[in-house]
Design a protein around this ligand. Structure first.
Ligand code: TMP
Length: 215
């Protein structure tokens, strides 16, 4: 049986609690016979993982940060995401371009027009039948108040550069996500992340089932 590739991204501020649900969704797809590629951004390929270390640890201005995450994304798309989608895999990606609009655009205040230009350029894919700008088929946005996320993160492992940002930064990041969803409501499902893990999981499952991708 051949399947059409599916591209699902997971977004939210640090501490929103995406990780366990990404693994659970992978399991749900596999139990229905689908091959799953689990990946993340920045990262997912050897080169992009090297860029990730720089982005998460080294001080740099917002444009440098944006260029590095888009460079990582280009490699990730070419080396991993496009081949997986062509095979018919379900690609579950922990963060994608919405994170750039939310963190570099919202959080750092970097120019959204330049980000849009980079998005159109980096994600341009020449297809066998038609060219396209690759973006997720569905984005699950784990929405959690910045204050609640900060409480969850407090006392956790030593924070990276972003996790160490103040709560106001994450309010702006959340606003960045809100704007991305408003611009593209059909692609997004907003998950209320301030619930029990079980309730969040049911919402995740429902969002995917609503697309007809899981029984
Ligand atoms: P995470 O894998 O623990 O979520 O860490 C990735 C961090 O990188 C997270 O704080 C969000 C940030 N990030 C950006 O600032 N821009 C991006 O484009 C992406 C994908 C992530």
């Amino acid at each position: 049986m051949t399947f059409q590739g599916l591209f699902i991204s997971f977004e939210g501020i640090d501490g929103a609690g995406k990780s366990t649900h990404i693994d659970a969704l992978a399991q749900a797809f596999r139990s229905q016979g689908r091959a799953v590629t689990l990946t993340r951004e920045p990262g997912g390929t050897p080169l992009a993982e090297k860029l990730r270390v720089l982005v998460l640890n080294d001080a740099m201005d917002a444009m440098t940060e944006a260029l590095l995450v888009f460079a990582a994304r280009r490699d990730h798309l070419q080396q991993l995401i496009e081949p997986a989608l062509a095979r018919g895999d379900v690609v579950l990606c922990d963060r994608f371009t919405d994170a750039t609009f939310a963190y570099q655009g919202g959080g750092r205040g970097f120019d959204l027009k330049i980000l849009s230009f980079l998005e159109q350029t980096v994600q341009f894919i020449r297809g066998p039948e038609a060219d396209l700008i690759r973006s997720p088929d569905l984005t699950l946005w784990f929405d959690l108040a910045a204050e609640t996320a900060a409480q969850r993160l407090a006392g956790a492992r030593s924070p990276d550069k972003f996790e160490a940002e103040p709560v106001e930064f994450f309010r702006r990041v959340s606003e960045g996500y809100r704007q991305r969803m408003a611009a593209c409501p059909g692609r997004f499902a907003r998950i209320e992340a301030d619930q029990t893990r079980e309730a969040v999981w049911l919402d995740v499952l429902q969002a995917v089932q609503a697309k007809g991708w899981l029984a």
